[in-house]
Ligand binder design. Structure first.
Ligand SMILES: Cc1ncc(COP(=O)(O)O)c(C=O)c1O
Length: 422
């Protein structure tokens, strides 16, 4: 079969495809062999959260009218009205955000939100030429990498400042001295917390980026898939943020509903109209299940309660185990852990690693340990000689303790062998 340019883009060897393939294969082979699945972005199955989600699902399906409406009717293309209204009420009353129903659209997962938003705001602008999405900080989410429908490079990025402390941790921060929002920038985008690093850009960085984007009349996209206000997988001080020029993308996935595919976009009405149009054209309507399961939990604020009192503490505990495992099993190695401030990953930097992270990924995979090679998380960086980008891996800490500890031990062994062979 012959495919269009668009078709060929989808089969190329992308990081996100590798990740999702590994995730699928791991699920398929887990029964035969012991696998150390530290690669995926699947959230943990937290029993107390699952109880609540199951209760809400039962509540919807037990009522014949609600059930019929759930499976038998399309929602409108902007998404479920009752859910959107409940979100607006919550954002207004809890955070004082001046939004109404014209500011919110539902999508089939925030990955779809980014696919649409990036292509709406960057790409071919005819007279003005090509516009890009500026990533003020990389490493950044692997899933942004391949969503462009145009051939022109989609991202421009700035290398971060790196601050190492004495305890073996480091932190990236935005290098504002190098950040310019020129006419070729269609939007600025940052994930907060960041996948893969667990970095949470500070309130001060958010305010600075907000001021710069406002001044340049360019939207600022905040990817809150792990963040604020929900699911609040944040282990540091950080304030939820929205303003008129901000496009805040949220998701129900890390609440524990990745299979349900629900994304939420809070933005200016003109963008919401475009997303509504895109939903209609590509999917008729976004799915109803996530919105229906969540409306009550938004209305009674249990969603915030679950985020703050179940999900956040659960991952906070997990991250301690993961950090402890790295410190115990890699004390002799030149490893730096990015400050784990949020999300579900540790980002490990093996300084002067003699092999690149793709090779390390392969050697680990041969040992049944799945991680994600770090070099795919630097979209928009043009300096191929920047060694740092080949020296990092992403390790998910959602697995149960034995898998996590054994997997991390194995990573230590493979890295040790690589240094020894040098
Ligand atoms: C930073 C970030 N943004 C967006 C997504 C997309 O999530 P979903 O499409 O499940 O909402 C993910 C998924 O892991 C992510 O890590």
């Amino acid at each position: 079969m012959q495919f269009s340019k668009f078709g060929n883009r989808l089969s190329k060897d992308s990081g996100i495809l590798q990740l999702m393939d590994d995730l699928g294969n791991a699920v398929n082979t887990a029964a035969d062999e012991e696998l150390y699945m530290l690669g995926g972005g699947n959230p943990s199955h937290i029993p107390e959260v699952l109880d609540i989600l199951q209760e809400e699902l039962l509540h919807v399906v037990q009522d014949r009218k609600d059930f019929t409406n759930l499976v038998g009717d399309y929602d409108g293309p902007q998404g479920n009205e009752a859910f959107i209204s409940s979100l607006c009420e919550m954002f207004q009353s809890e955070y004082g955000w001046a939004i109404d129903e014209s500011n919110v659209a539902i999508t089939n997962g925030s990955q779809s939100s980014f696919g649409l938003i990036f292509n709406l705001l960057a790409g071919d602008f005819k007279q003005e030429g090509n516009k890009k999405i500026l990533l003020p900080l990389v490493p950044e989410y692997i899933g942004y990498g391949d969503v462009s429908l145009s051939d022109a490079p989609l991202f421009s990025a700035v290398k971060p400042l790196i601050e190492i402390d004495d305890a073996g941790f480091y932190k990236y921060s935005v290098n504002f001295d190098e950040l310019t929002i020129g006419n070729n920038i269609g939007a600025v985008c940052v994930s907060r917390p960041t996948n893969p690093t667990g970095n949470v850009i500070t309130d001060e960085e958010v305010q600075k980026l907000s001021a710069l984007t406002k001044e340049a009349s360019v939207p600022m996209i905040i990817d809150g898939a792990y963040g604020l206000p929900f699911p609040n997988i944040v282990f540091t001080e950080a304030t939820p943020f929205w303003d008129e020029h901000v496009i805040l993308c949220l998701s129900l996935s890390k609440i524990g509903l990745p299979g349900v595919r629900t994304g939420i976009v809070i933005a200016q009405p003109e963008l919401i109209e475009k997303l509504t149009g895109a939903n209609a054209v590509f999917s008729l309507a976004p799915g109803s299940l996530g919105p229906k399961m969540m409306t009550r939990l938004v209305q009674n604020r249990r969603l915030l309660d679950i985020s703050n009192n179940l999900i956040q503490p659960y991952y906070q505990e997990k991250v301690k185990i993961a950090v402890n495992a790295v410190q115990q099993s890699m004390a002799d190695l030149p490893v730096y852990i990015h400050q784990p401030e949020g999300a579900i990953f540790l980002w490990l930097w093996f300084k002067d690693l003699p092999i690149d992270s793709d090779e390390l990924y392969k050697r680990l995979k041969a040992q049944n340990v799945l991680v994600i090679a770090g070099q795919h998380f630097f979209p928009g960086i043009e300096d191929e000689n920047w060694a740092h980008q080949y020296e990092c891996i992403r390790v998910s800490f959602t697995a149960e303790e034995h898998t996590l500890r054994t997997g991390i031990d194995k990573i230590g062994n493979v890295v040790r062998a690589a240094f020894a062979q040098r």
